[in-house]
Design a protein around this ligand. Structure first.
Ligand code: IPM
Ligand code: MN
Length: 346
């Protein structure tokens, strides 16, 4: 039986509890699809600071580079908000992305039909929404004392653009490249480079949009997007905006890909006020397991089983408090998903 080594980094806040649920699902699909996962847990973020005075401790670094994939919960802790930069939980996450060189961050957003009412947008706006944000993840803004420099090389733009075009080929074959080329020189390079990469993908249509217009279109006409390709900070902002379409940030997964092991984490943060009550939505973390199986380990059948199990649980009415009040407990939602994933009813 094939064994994959997975480094599990629960992190802070609700990270540990949603990752505990995600790990149960991972083990269940492993059984069903005859693969083994060797899971080892390591600290990151505030947990790293507590364990080793470092948001990305040495033992965590050593483990992630040797793993087949990394599953991360969330980082962030209000008690460290005013700590020096090198002790901030977020610094650990940024260092981890750099260490793994995961330059392409995939953030899919789809609207499950049963959740249309959970979004503040009108139902007719949400019909057909199924988009993928491809966010450049390791370059862009760099601090230099109190000014920041937004820098990209053509090579950095090319490699993330290829990820977007490859993804579009398996979807609706449209890439919307988002930039600010009317103001920023770096965006002009972005636009030229993406246009050049597009020539290798003749079946995919490319359009360019300015980030301000794209932000507006994401709420006025979200179904017109397929793959959204953009630089690091625009992608950070637009992917949170897109999350509103799905009904809750708590539903959304992400995959960060490079050449080595991928880094897989839900899009939501550590939500300290929810921690320890089992009220957080575990679906973001469980959908992240599906991305880990699909993109990290190339186990498409197992990934489909997890996605199917999530959809079935939502169809059956599973809702945490981010979607409906009062909501159900996270453990009960993952129990439903687990039953689906194990029994193959998906
Ligand atoms: C995200 C987060 C991170 C980012 C923070 C926590 C550093 O907002 O993953 O989107 O800005 O990338
Ligand atoms: Mn963000």
């Amino acid at each position: 039986m094939k064994t994959y080594s997975i480094a599990v980094l629960p992190g802070d806040g609700i990270g540990p509890e949603v990752i505990a649920q995600a790990v149960r699902v991972l083990e269940a699909v492993g059984e069903r699809f005859d693969v083994r996962f060797a899971l080892r847990t390591f600290p990151v973020g505030a947990a790293g600071v507590a364990a080793a005075k470092d948001p990305l401790p040495g033992e965590t670094r050593a483990a992630v580079v040797r793993s087949d994939a990394v599953l991360l919960g969330a980082v962030g802790d209000p008690s460290l908000d005013h700590a020096p930069r090198e002790l901030r939980p977020e610094t650990g996450l940024l260092a981890l992305r750099k260490l793994l060189n995961v330059y392409a961050n995939l953030r899919p957003v789809a609207v499950h039909p049963a959740l249309v009412g959970a979004s503040p947008l009108k139902p007719e706006r949400l019909r057909g929404v199924d988009l993928l944000v491809v966010r450049e993840l390791t370059g862009g803004l760099y601090p230099t004392s109190a000014t920041n420099t937004l820098a990209y090389t053509a090579a950095e733009i090319e490699r993330v653009a290829r990820v977007a075009f490859e993804a579009a080929r398996g979807r609706r074959r449209l890439v919307t490249s988002v930039d600010k080329a009317n103001v920023l020189e770096v965006s002009q390079l972005w636009r030229e480079t993406v246009t050049r990469v597009a020539r290798n993908y003749p079946t995919v249509r490319l359009e360019h949009a300015y980030v301000d217009t794209a932000a507006m279109r994401l709420v006025s006409d979200p179904a017109t997007f397929d793959v959204v390709l953009t630089e690091n900070m625009f992608g950070d902002i637009l992917s949170d905006e897109a999350a509103v379409l799905a009904g809750s940030l708590g539903l959304l997964p992400s995959a960060s890909l490079g050449e080595g092991p991928g880094l897989f984490e839900p899009v939501h943060g550590s939500a300290p006020s929810l921690a320890g009550k089992d009220v957080a939505n575990p679906i973001g973390a469980i959908a992240t397991v599906a991305l880990l199986l699909r993109h990290g380990l190339k186990l498409a059948d197992a990934a489909d089983a997890v996605d199917g199990a999530i959809a079935a649980a939502l169809d059956a009415g599973a809702r945490t408090q981010d979607l409906v009040r009062p909501g159900e407990l996270g453990a009960r939602i993952s129990q439903l998903i687990l039953a689906e994933a194990l029994e193959g009813r998906s």
